[in-house]
Every structure is written in structure tokens, then in C-alpha cells.
Design a protein around this ligand. Sequence first.
Ligand code: SAM
Length: 209
Amino acid sequence: MGFYEDRVLPHLINCGCGNAVMMRQREKVVPLARGVVLEVGIGTGHNLPYYDSRRVERLIGVDPSEASWRLAGERAASVSFPVEFLGLSGESIPLPAASVDCAVITFSLCTIPDPAQALREVARVLRPGGQLHFCEHGRAPDAGVRRWQERLDPLWHRVMGGCHLNRDIPGLLANAGFACGDLATGYLPRTPRIAGFNVWGSAGLHVAS
Ligand SMILES: C[S@@+](CC[C@H](N)C(=O)[O-])C[C@H]1O[C@@H](n2cnc3c(N)ncnc32)[C@H](O)[C@@H]1O
């Protein structure tokens, strides 16, 4: 990891992902987590204050950036449930199959190099009936916005630590076996439209009939 990734990017992510608009998005999905929870791409721990401590038994956070996790400091210290951090990639999660009650992913499927594999891993470790609670930005429905997403993605990806503007979040979820019937979608206020189209909700795995 270079100087930018280790010393600069975690601070940029910590500031960028901590704005009030994104915090309101977290509030919509994170409190739904129950039991043993896996958070993929936990970053600097911005979701920690939104977990319902009466319902979370234990949280396992996965993220290859240990430098980001170091910035979680006070947020990690102030929750009342145990938090275990694994400094690893979400594409290979060292947990047994069907070992977590639910999973949380926010604003990370844009950045994880192989999001399809990470979601397959989440599907593997989720217990039957378990839910994935998520909020992500991604490919916009409007052709004009989408054109700008395509144009700017190569530059954005380089500057923003691997983040992509144009990932098809519902498609990724569906391909990994998640049934996402009624997802909420919308452009976030006070956010450039290229990075502001959000998809959020909860999804369980399709049950074979
Ligand atoms: C934009 S940040 C979002 C962080 C956090 N989820 C939030 O909502 O504030 C994207 C995160 O994805 C993490 N990430 C990058 N590659 C990853 C991978 N292969 N597996 C898991 N997380 C990854 C980054 O380190 C970073 O913490």
C-alpha cells in the first residue's frame, strides 16, 4: 500500500462518508441488523453508532484497510457489543458457511474490486433466512447522468480509491442470489448526481422451490 492509500485516502473517506446526507441513509438500514452481524467494507466505522445495541450480539467487520479501521477509534470504543475487525478482502471471508445472522454493506460495493465474488461470500456465510441490509450508490436510471458516469468513471476510480460510479447494484445482488423485490432508490440531496443515485433496502437469498 502506498502513501496515498495508507495516509491520505482513509482520511478522505472518513470525511467524505461522514456527511449528514449519507448518515441519514445509514439510519435507514443499519438499525435493522440483528444477532451476529457481518459488515463488509466497514471502513472507518461510520455505521457503528446506528447499530441497535439491544439486538446486535456481535459484529465482525471486514475491510482490507487497517489504516481506515484505526480511524474508527472512538466509534468502535463506544458500542456496547463486541466488534472484531478482520483486515481482509470481502472476496474471501474466513467464516464458516451459514455462520452469521445478517450482513450490512454500505457504500462499498462501488469500491470492492470484485463485488460479485464479495456478494457470493456474503451469501455463503449468511444463515438460511438471514438478510443483507445495504445502501449503495451506483448506475443512474437517467441516460444523461449515466453518460457522465461512464465518462468520468476512469478518472474518479483513480482519485477516489477504487470507487466506481456506474455499478449496477440491483444486478449484482440478483446475480449473487439475493431477492430484492422492492428496493428504495433515489438521488441524494446536495450530492452530484453522478455519485448520488442510491439503492437501499434489505434482501434475503432466493429459496430454491
Ligand atoms: C467508500 S468506503 C465506505 C466505507 C464504509 N462502508 C462506509 O459506509 O462509510 C469503501 C470501503 O470499501 C473498502 N474496500 C475496498 N476493497 C475492499 C474489499 N476487497 N473488501 C472489503 N472492503 C473493501 C475500502 O477499504 C473502504 O473502507
